[in-house]
Design a binder for this molecule. Structure first.
Ligand code: AMP
Length: 473
């Protein structure tokens, strides 16, 4: 007999359950609604893509690509099928395979040898760790540069990263994000994208929201690269006082030293040169205009010179939004401009800006501030007894559900006392009592469960009464 296995969700993944899923739905509907009012349309890219897409767009040196991706080889099916058919045929006929002069192998052994060489027969695919790369791939693949520009797209769904799980950090987590592709890099585009996220958070009643912005210039010699050299020189001066990670980054990616959360490095970092003072005139003007545009829209922000991205195609505007109640993982949204990305992926030169909201953290923050979903009870529990009453109850349930009420119809007969007890436990608002007497008299009893009051109605009166209560409450 097989041993009993107790299955559990894999570490870093979890089940989202009612009533919490009602809050997830509310958040997602609000996103559809708000993003729609800004003229964005939804894109649903696949959940896995060629590994190369992420390696190229996110960068080989990032933690995401180097350590955290769920990557596997996907055998190309046709080749595999043919091969297996050939080997099966050989097995049946007792054919063996010779390698060299005296190295004779059975078909089963050949299959094993081939399966150990996955590169020959399979391609590497990865569960998406984020969706920006997929959206850019789709933009190129579907020739969206032919559409009126810019193209404004949003998405929502699960992402996968093999991170160390903790509060607000999961291996399967959910993002809601948007991208604006093509059509120039007017500062108004940056400001409107940020305004859209803030409007969304506002609609949800998210509290303690703080928006940080920065500009990281662009990749021309007189702009970011010149700054990076200054930064590197300044870091060399204080190298001995930095931890091993930061010391390493002086060489590989000095901007990332600014991300450091190490307590003892903070005072040192505060003395380093700041990028805003080293932007080229165009980038400085763009940054100033984005700030003006945010002010025009009544969006409050804080400048944070340490908000940087370590990849070349990121440029100019970067932003991050934090919210209350999340501890150390308090970033709910990260975004920025990435004008070189579409081209890097093989498309035409295309401006781009976008953001990704961590939906898990957004939900956590809403729950912490008391905006979680209340358990949802049924509107109506139908307590029925008797054959004739049951037929009527089935019909009543259908009519009430068609009118939008949530109805619980017990599948087997219960004594009225027991049925009312169940109705109570389910948090039902009303119990509709249907016995054979009620049915033959055409007079139905509706019990309001909070106060125990009862009223009698004819069938049409009842529906009318419930509808009025629903719209009135
Ligand atoms: P990123 O794509 O890394 O810029 O992340 C954007 C947002 O996604 C972050 O601000 C977080 O809110 C969220 N996020 C990123 N990684 C995780 C994770 N492992 N678990 C939960 N949320 C995450």
């Amino acid at each position: 007999m097989a041993a009993k296995t107790k299955f559990q969700a894999i570490r870093g993944t979890r089940d989202l359950l009612p009533p919490e899923t009602a809050l997830w739905n509310h958040v997602e509907w609000t996103a559809h609604e708000v993003f729609g009012t800004f003229g964005f349309g939804e894109i649903r890219p696949p959940i896995f893509e060629p590994t190369e897409l992420f390696a190229r767009s996110i960068g080989l040196e990032t933690d995401v690509v180097s350590k955290e991706m769920y990557t596997f080889r996907d055998p190309t099916e046709e080749l595999d099928k043919i091969l297996i058919d050939v080997l099966r045929f050989a097995e049946e006929k007792g054919i063996t395979f010779g390698f060299g002069s005296d190295n004779v192998e059975t078909p089963a052994k050949v299959q094993r040898i081939l399966s150990e060489q996955p590169l020959l027969q399979s391609e590497s695919v990865t569960l998406r760790p984020e969706a920006t790369a997929s959206v850019c791939r789709a933009y190129i693949e579907h020739g969206m540069q032919q559409l009126p520009q810019p193209v404004k797209l949003y998405y929502m769904g699960p992402m996968f990263r093999r991170e160390r799980p903790q509060k607000g950090r999961y291996r399967q987590f959910y993002q809601i994000g948007a991208e604006v592709l093509g059509g120039g890099d007017a500062p108004a585009i940056d400001a409107e994208v940020i305004e859209m996220v803030m409007t969304f958070f506002d609609k949800l009643g998210l509290t303690g929201v703080e928006l940080d912005i920065n500009s990281i210039g662009h990749n021309a010699p007189d702009c970011r690269p010149a700054y990076i050299e200054k930064l590197r020189a300044a870091l060399e001066q204080v190298k001995d006082q930095l931890g091993a990670d930061s010391q390493h980054r002086i060489e590989t990616n000095p901007l990332r030293v600014l991300d450091s959360k190490l307590e003892h490095e903070q005072a040192i970092i505060a003395t380093l040169p700041r990028i805003a003072d080293h932007l080229c005139p165009d980038c400085a003007a763009h940054y100033a205009a984005v700030k003006r545009q945010l002010e025009m829209r009544g969006v409050f922000f804080k400048e944070n010179w340490r908000l940087v991205r370590g990849l070349d195609y990121y440029m100019r505007t970067t932003f991050e939004i934090t919210a209350k109640g999340l501890g150390s993982q308090n970033a709910v949204c990260g975004g920025g401009r990435y004008d070189g990305l579409v081209e890097l992926l093989g498309g035409p030169p295309t401006k781009g800006i976008g953001f990704a909201i961590g939906e898990d953290r957004l939900i956590l923050s809403l729950q912490e501030s008391g905006k979680g979903a209340a358990p949802q009870g049924r509107d109506i529990y139908i307590a029925w007894m008797g054959e004739r009453a049951y037929a009527t109850a089935v019909r009543a349930a259908k009519d009430l559900r068609n009118s939008g009420f949530s109805v619980e119809l017990p599948p087997t007969e219960l004594k009225f006392g027991k049925a009312l007890e169940r109705a109570d436990k389910l948090g039902s608002r009303y119990a509709l009592i249907l016995g054979d007497n009620e049915v033959s008299e055409g007079s139905w009893t509706l019990k309001t469960l909070v106060d125990g009051t009862q009223q009698k109605f004819t069938e049409p009166e009842l529906l009318e009464f419930l509808k009025q209560r629903k719209s009135g409450s």
